[in-house]
Design a protein around this ligand. Sequence first.
Ligand code: SF4
Ligand code: SF4
Ligand code: FES
Length: 357
Amino acid sequence: MEKFKLKVFRYDPTKDPEPYYKTYELPIEKGMTVLSALFKAKEEQDPSISFRYNCRAAICGSCAMRINGHATLACKVQITHLLEKYNTDTIVVEPIGNVKPLKDLIYDMDWLVDKLKKVKPWFIPKEPPPPDGKEYRQDPYDHHKIDFASDCILCASCMSDCNALKVNKDYLGPMVLAKAYRFAADSRDGAKRDRLEAVLKDLNLEWCVRCWECTTRCPKEVQPYENIIRLRIMAAEEGYKTPGEIHAEIFEKDIYKRGLLNEMLLPMRQEGVIGAVKRAPFGIRMMLKGKVNFADFLGGHKVKRIEEVRKIYEKAKEKKKYVKIKLPQIMGVVYEDKRKNRKRANFTEKLNETANK
Ligand code: SF4
Ligand code: SF4
Ligand code: FES
């Protein structure tokens, strides 16, 4: 029978000074998942291998691990597919990234739970339970806004290779932000502002570097990156001044006034004098490289034919509503309230109609 190598990350802090890899040779069986391969190695060759699992059906999220460098659910991927995809005879399994391994493939989950608690990942109803004693109901249109986000199984695959988390372990991360979106966007939820304030704290909506790794890795198509964008839009719509919005406003003013961005004064306008002082060495290096103009300190110059730039600006302003709707849609966000234009009665109206009959 054809065989493959399963190379497993091993670490027992009670006896190993450093982690190491141990390779097990196993027969290639049709339909065998990485999780089944780990079981086979454990049952037939080495009972000391430790890993987490529960449902074995891509539902519980327990078996997330890095497989040949990418986080995924071990119970969802098949050995034959992986060998073909990577054109190899070896499958490497490691704990997901950005975590502290506890033993072999098991990692410390406390940091995830602590982060999650900050966004209260549970339903906080804004109204008392329906008088008929049934469940809180929701218009199907409203449900579409959270349908995909509700599929999150908290597997943390998206946290594994998040580039923002790599440099800032305090960043809430895509899993937590996706969960915050799921509840903040729920039409029945009464804690939207609390949740938004939790994600706006410590610039959590700004740390993402838009690498899209989280969305690529998510085994349930929750779109964590897109949910971060949705949270930003939601925060702006609720009237919060996010750093991103302040940045955009400065850009807008500069373009109208000069047709150019004043990069010399940008940090001071964005972050105040202290922020500008912190960024001074970087500004000086940019100036020495000829990337910014010292004259900008004194207000800088306007582009030629600034009137034409202003005309474009005015036109864009007229189209503001259109741009606001289009931009989120381009990013895969159906977010605007289409109910206003819709012919059919909404869900609550239908319920009332039925009740009055
Ligand atoms: S897109 Fe943002 S949140 Fe997602 S992995 Fe990249 S940095 Fe992290
Ligand atoms: S968003 Fe996707 S990858 Fe992240 S925890 Fe939820 S299901 Fe897993
Ligand atoms: S064991 Fe539950 S998701 Fe893999």
